[in-house]
Design a protein around this ligand. Structure first.
Ligand SMILES: [Zn+2]
Length: 265
């Protein structure tokens, strides 16, 4: 982030991003061809480690960010993810969210329970998208209902239709977006710890950048494992939970694991 700031990059708010999109069109939503060096910085999942480690650094640099929170898990540990990572991680609490929102950071939806929307029937999808937005707008105001990041970056035409019906204006998926005019199917470029220099690999327009995006897409696909476990792993997880009772609880780790990718962390 320091390297980006020194290189002249600045972050935009969700509102600024939406204005840019309505002006220039979503075909330019991809961060490539971005001579103005503006970017929207997003985090998925809303782990508490963001407030410990990321937000203070960003605030010092004059950056802001949008965090997509799993509304049913605000203030709780990551039961939705622990069966995959086997680590118990703390999510942000509402007071922390409100405090950082007061400092210009933004919060939006990552669903109510981090379920893969493309696998849900219409009623369940409506519930995931709608209840999450209701909680956010009731707690934080109308602006918090503007955007959603689809868990696992999983989005199709049906998800887009329900997101629009629920009232979302912007929808963020994985590395691959939906093309022209797809404000509810925007792509994102992940940034990983191995990124270096003043332009992250995924933002480079050369061959190295292309490789970076392929790797990011592959990492995003690997996140399928989490939802496969969610879908089919109930029995095994129950067995694990039972056997785990006779041993120590796994420790709550303060730092998040490698993200599913920033596109769907
Ligand atoms: Zn996620």
């Amino acid at each position: 982030m320091t390297a980006l700031a020194r290189a002249g990059w600045r972050t935009v708010t969700l509102e600024e991003f939406a204005q840019r999109m309505s002006t220039v069109g979503a075909q330019h939503a991809a961060p490539l061809h971005n001579p103005s060096r503006e970017f929207l910085l997003t985090f998925d999942d809303g782990y508490a480690s963001l407030a410990d480690n990321a937000y203070p650094v960003l605030a010092d640099l004059g950056f802001t960010a949008t965090t997509f929170v799993i509304t049913d898990y605000v203030g709780k540990t990551n039961a939705w993810d622990v069966r995959y990572t086997w680590n118990r991680l703390q999510h942000l609490r509402w007071p922390e969210i409100e405090r950082w929102r007061g400092r210009g950071f933004e919060f939006a939806s990552h669903g109510a329970t981090h379920r893969r929307l493309t696998w849900l029937d219409d009623a369940a999808m409506v519930a995931e998208l709608g209840s999450s937005r209701d909680v956010l707008t009731a707690r934080l105001g109308a602006d918090a209902g503007r955007a959603v990041a689809y868990p696992f970056g999983a989005v199709d035409a049906r998800v887009v239709r329900h997101a629009r019906s629920a009232g979302y204006e912007l929808g963020f998926g994985g590395v691959k977006g939906g093309g022209t005019g797809a404000l509810l199917r925007l792509s994102r470029v992940p940034v990983y710890f191995w990124d270096f220099g003043d332009v992250p690999l995924g933002l480079r327009e050369d061959a190295i950048g292309a490789v970076g995006r392929v790797v990011a897409h592959a990492a995003n696909r690997c996140a399928v494992g989490t939802s496969m476990m969610q879908r089919f792993g109930g029995w095994a997880v129950e067995r694990f939970a039972v056997s785990n009772r006779v041993t120590a609880e796994p420790p709550i780790r303060k730092t998040a694991p490698l993200p599913e990718s920033v596109a769907d962390a």
